[in-house]
Design a binder for this molecule. Sequence first.
Ligand code: ATP
Ligand code: MG
Length: 249
Amino acid sequence: MAEVLVLEKVSRRFGGVQALQGVSLSVGSGEVLGLIGPNGAGKTTLVNVVTGVRSASAGRVLFEGRNITRLQPFQTARIGLARTFQIVQPFPDLTVLDNVAAAALFSQRGTRLSEAREFAAEQLEFVGLGQFAAKSAHTLTLAMRKRLELAKAVAMKPKLLFLDEVNAGLNASEVDHAMVLIRQIAKRGITIVLIEHLMKVVLTVCSRIVVLQNGALIADGTPQDIVNDRRVVEAYLGKKYAQLSAARG
Ligand SMILES: Nc1ncnc2c1ncn2[C@@H]1O[C@H](COP(=O)(O)OP(=O)(O)OP(=O)(O)O)[C@@H](O)[C@H]1O
Ligand SMILES: [Mg+2]
């Protein structure tokens, strides 16, 4: 499997907080990689650094073999990186359709507004928000705004997509629907890095999982490896998963 994304000893400090400490990681083309870890572990910071929202204090980020460490967000968007935001923040007074069209325009240079809107409408249908296209974004419920984030992300035509807690705050059936969408996005050949606290989701959709704790990568393996990793169980998963994996043998 070709590597699309490589992090080489990436660090990021915020004042006295070492949010990322020498993280080395590679993501293969077409992979659905789970990125898990306790609150404050550095997961969102990793996404911010890769996509250019924050700069790395040290280390390098390579995308398709190209050094992208110093690129700005609009530049990483144009070469095929997209992400959803943990705190959803649509343009509240724009229509749902135009929020998605704006994402398409951000990532695709030279696209006409009419084209962007047409493409946006397809993405809204895909996530099940078609009937809300003409509504102002501020009228959407949280679950709908999470889906809008997904529509915006796929409208950027990414090669690699970071999903940052797209299921947080959703009920069980909404989570099931989101899982279906995530799988369909993966089927299109888009590489996915899924940040998620719901282990049911991570274990179901990810082929490999990496674990961050205090900014450092403490584990990298198959879902089976991860639920059996003593350090991960102690740092994050807790006894529930130790027992679950013991029962599975
Ligand atoms: N802009 C910032 N300024 C100062 N500190 C920050 C900033 N962004 C993140 N941090 C700190 O960096 C650390 C990592 O934060 P980050 O948001 O990456 O964690 P996370 O793993 O995404 O957590 P969560 O699961 O709660 O979303 C935390 O200690 C956080 O307080
Ligand atoms: Mg986060």
